[in-house]
Design a protein around this ligand. Structure first.
Ligand SMILES: Cc1cc2nc3c(=O)[nH]c(=O)nc-3n(C[C@H](O)[C@H](O)[C@H](O)COP(=O)(O)O)c2cc1C
Length: 440
């Protein structure tokens, strides 16, 4: 056991009672990670059940699913679960089984709800949608030019979030998380760089935040006051002219009125993937946030700590936490209430339990060598396309580990970035073909 682990364990193991009355058994949360495990009709499968049973046994107090989409035309990837319109009996049974598996050991499971917006890959939709017709500035031609949504379509998005939240509740989930981060539709509306509308959904921040707020209200209205409704929000987009930290604080003040149960602070977009601690192709645009020596490993901690002064709901910060010390110091600062964990749970589904018991002090660092090749072929390549491809290889590597866990295997820490990239490309293409065939 680590020398001072008893103190760490104590603070991480405390329960948290949410505004809706729900109780999380400890302060560790598995953050949303897209699973890509749905079948060609975008239904939950037995692989979801295996995966979530393993994660529930792994000790976290809260599991948040990967992004479940509310519009089957615009997915983040072909293997997303979709809740859109009438649900088949098979989908309901699959979701019930997933919720039951994720609830084992007194764990709470929430469904993340999202609309992929302009970050819908071309393999899924050649013409995605967004607030305005501004395409993603990424090389490689993976994303089409978006069409601007009409007012009626935006109103329909709001209804979809409410309908999907009601399905989540009926299937046994304890809550939903509205995905307002990472450059998907709701985050696109928040960004003055991507949202150039002049109607009630664009312009001043109150208008750009309207879609997020309406979706939160819609989810709450369809589920009631004793069901958890959370939000994931960017601290900033880290792009010139993008959603800024000052605006993030103003949005939190608006969310204070909405009875949000947990606000998760993250950051970045596909163009600037700060959520994973990766820099995009353009320079990182960062405002000065107050200095803090605490929890340096968690790269959004300073933002979350500064948000504490305006946020009236419980706060969670996600991104970079790897050590028991970093997690417990963040909590004992009193500035955050929950710790979000992503990648460590792809490598070791028991990571939270090992941290809580003091068996492990820090997660292994597996990312340093993760790249498609050395030098000019690596993540710091001056060639824009190669730099972007290395980003996809990294994410693909975690996708492959999630597949292994869902198949009842252990993670393969020795897998090369190149192999992961090839597997990722092959699987995404095959799943997209199956999706298109199923749509005909
Ligand atoms: C494989 C993978 C899939 C992810 N999918 C999602 C997602 O569906 N929704 C979301 O909000 N964030 C997603 N994320 C971001 C994580 O929730 C988290 O914010 C990020 O990984 C940083 O935390 P970490 O340093 O503990 O991994 C994903 C991250 C990874 C690695």
């Amino acid at each position: 056991m680590h020398p001072d682990s008893a103190d760490h364990q104590d603070i991480l193991a405390r329960d948290l009672v949410l505004p809706c009355g729900g109780r999380l058994k400890n302060r560790l949360c598995k953050s949303a990670m897209t699973e890509g495990l749905a079948d060609a009709a975008n239904r939950a499968t037995g692989r979801h059940v295996t995966l979530y049973r393993r994660w529930a046994a792994g000790g976290a107090g809260l599991l948040i699913t990967g992004n479940v989409q509310v519009d089957r035309r615009y997915l983040e990837r072909a293997g997303n679960i979709v809740i859109d319109g009438e649900q088949s009996a098979r989908q309901i049974q699959g979701l019930e089984a997933l919720a039951a598996a994720g609830s084992e050991d007194g764990t709470q499971i929430w469904m993340q709800l999202s609309h992929a917006g302009r970050q819908t890959p071309k393999l899924v939709a050649s013409e995605p949608v967004g607030p305005s017709e501004i395409p993603l500035a990424l090389p490689g031609g993976r994303f089409g030019r978006p069409r601007a949504l009409t007012d009626d379509e935006i109103t329909r998005v709001v209804t979809r979030f409410g309908e999907a939240a009601a399905v989540a509740r009926d299937c046994g989930f304890h809550g939903v998380q509205v995905h307002g981060a990472h450059g998907y539709l709701l985050s696109e509306f928040l960004s003055p760089r991507v949202n150039q509308r002049s109607d009630r959904w664009g312009g001043i921040l109150e208008n750009r935040a309207r879609l997020l707020l309406e979706c939160v209200r819609s989810a709450r209205a369809s589920t009631g006051t004793d069901f958890a409704v959370g939000v994931k929000l960017n601290s900033a987009d880290f792009q010139q002219g993008g959603f800024s930290f000052d605006e993030c604080l103003a949005v939190i003040e608006l969310l204070n009125q909405e009875g949000v149960d947990l606000l998760e602070i993250s950051g970045g977009t596909y163009e600037q993937p700060r959520l994973l601690g990766i820099d995009g192709l353009e320079p990182v645009f960062e405002e000065k946030v107050r200095e803090s020596t605490r929890a340096r490993e968690a790269y959004f901690f300073e933002y979350a700590a500064a948000a504490r002064s305006v946020a009236s709901m419980p706060l969670m910060v996600t991104g970079g936490f790897r050590s028991a010390r970093g997690m417990s110091e963040a909590l004992s600062s009193g500035q955050v209430d929950m710790i979000g964990l992503g990648r460590p749970l792809c490598l070791d589904p028991d990571f939270p339990a090992r941290i809580l018991s003091g068996e492990l002090a820090v997660a292994p660092d597996v990312e340093r060598g993760l790249r498609i090749g050395p030098g000019i072929l690596g993540p710091h390549s001056p060639i824009r396309l190669i730099k972007t491809i290395n980003g996809f290889a990294k994410i693909g590597w975690y996708y492959e580990q999630i597949y292994r866990l869902a198949d009842g295997l252990e993670a393969d820490l020795g897998m090369s970035g190149f192999k992961a990239l090839m597997a990722y490309e092959k699987t995404e293409k095959a799943k997209s073909r199956a999706l298109q065939a199923n749509r005909q």
